[in-house]
Design a protein around this ligand. Structure first.
Ligand SMILES: NC(=O)c1ccc[n+]([C@@H]2O[C@H](COP(=O)([O-])OP(=O)(O)OC[C@H]3O[C@@H](n4cnc5c(N)ncnc54)[C@H](O)[C@@H]3O)[C@@H](O)[C@H]2O)c1
Ligand SMILES: [Zn+2]
Length: 366
């Protein structure tokens, strides 16, 4: 088992990564909550049938009384109405301020259950058991929770750090290929901004694709996310913003595409390609390194070409409304070299337009 600490003073916690850890949920929780009986496992309709019983059995054998609350799988569950159902189900199950919640699922469940835990009885503790690449390497660590409204994604939420993150890489075996691959956009992002040697590790994984030996790679990614969060928990410095590499244009594409056209990581792949090209023009990234990272995105089956059905103007209008846009300039993350990202104020909307238009042509990967 690999242990990665997330150092946040009295809100510090560990991220444990190891095969079969789901079955140790009860004993892990018992050492954190010696006197508690009631808890809720919040999960979705895909993950619950596969893994909730293992978690619930483990909790019962450690003398807990778990209730499983299942919401429909998918982003629409990050809503006020679903939040209400989850909170009311927790009340009905007899949970109170001494109880705790467990988020069992991908980022949707982590964000929803974490937010529910942060407001239930004015805040109860929660554990994360992430089951997608995105949630394992990104959303389960850092304490950002929230839901969407028709006006936008993640507009309502809180900072609420988990007490423990349990990663059982065996759960990733049941993840559909498309969801598995999209998560690698965030992994490649981590390598690009903080860990250049990981680019080689990823290149060999792409050559010998296997989901069986991901523990070390997962822990390496968790450590990157943990160190960034430790330096800038509430995103008040420019450090946590580095995680937005590829996300400014990526979010614009995601928000402009039809529902389901691009998964988040797929839109971010396009955003990373654009950010790499801007980094060669407005920072010192070499075209060779930009090509290496672009090739890596391609080798994880991530899209690199933007369809004409999504107009550049629509993407730009989403960017202009983005919270990172300020007085003509965007707080844009660029690379000086692999592993070295920084916040630039050199990027304007016209330069974004040029980079977006360049995404219409497939890259030359030779
Ligand atoms: N809080 C943060 O810091 C943060 C960071 C990044 C993303 N997010 C949020 O995370 C969400 C995306 O997360 P996601 O990509 O994990 O999506 P998701 O939770 O919707 O999971 C993707 C799909 O895979 C299914 N699934 C999950 N685990 C599975 C497994 N092991 N086997 C089979 N199927 C499985 C789910 O039911 C769902 O259908 C977005 O809402 C995004 O805003 C939050
Ligand atoms: Zn992302």
């Amino acid at each position: 088992m690999l242990t990665t600490p997330v150092l946040l003073g009295d809100r510090s916690y560990n991220v444990l990564t190891g095969q079969g850890l789901l079955a140790s949920t009860g004993s892990q929780a018992r050492s954190l909550f010696p006197l508690t009986r009631r808890c809720a496992i919040i999960t979705d309709s895909n993950v619950g049938p596969l893994y909730a019983d293992t978690v619930a059995d483990s909790l019962r054998s450690a003398d807990f009384e778990p209730t499983t609350i299942t919401v429909p799988a998918g982003e629409p569950s990050k809503s006020f109405s679903c939040l209400e159902s989850v909170c009311r189900a927790m009340v009905s199950a007899g949970l109170d301020r001494k109880s705790f919640a467990i988020a069992l699922g991908g980022g949707v469940i982590g964000d929803l259950a974490g937010f529910a835990a942060s407001i239930f009885f004015r805040g109860i503790p929660f554990l994360q058991i992430p089951t997608t690449i995105v949630s394992v390497v990104d959303s389960s660590v850092g304490g950002k929770t929230g839901i969407n409204t028709p006006e936008g994604k993640n507009l309502i939420g809180s900072f609420h750090q988990p007490k423990l993150v349990l990663i059982d890489p065996a759960t990733l075996l049941s993840l559909p290929d498309r969801e598995y691959h999209e998560g690698f956009a965030e992994v490649i992002k981590h390598a690009a901004i903080r860990d250049a040697p990981m680019l080689d590790v990823l290149a060999s994984l792409a050559q010998n694709p296997s989901r069986l030996h991901l523990d070390a790679l997962i822990a390496r990614n968790v450590a990157i996310k943990a160190s960034i969060v430790s330096e800038d928990e509430f995103e008040t410095k420019d450090v946590r913003a580095l995680l937005n590499f590829g996300h400014t244009i990526g979010h614009g594409i995601e928000a402009s595409a039809g529902y389901g056209q691009f998964l988040h990581g797929e839109a971010i792949s396009l955003g990373i390609r654009a950010a790499l090209s801007l980094s060669t023009q407005f920072a010192s990234l070499s075209p060779h390194d930009a090509l290496r990272i672009t090739q890596l995105l391609h080798s994880f089956h991530l899209p690199l070409t933007l369809p004409t059905s999504i107009p550049t103007d629509t993407i730009l209008s989403k960017l202009a409304r983005d919270k990172k846009f300020d007085q003509g300039h965007i707080k844009f993350i660029l690379l000086n070299s692999p592993g070295h990202a920084f916040v630039s104020s050199a990027i304007t909307l016209p330069s974004c337009a040029t980079a977006i238009n360049a995404l219409r042509t497939p890259p030359d990967l030779s």
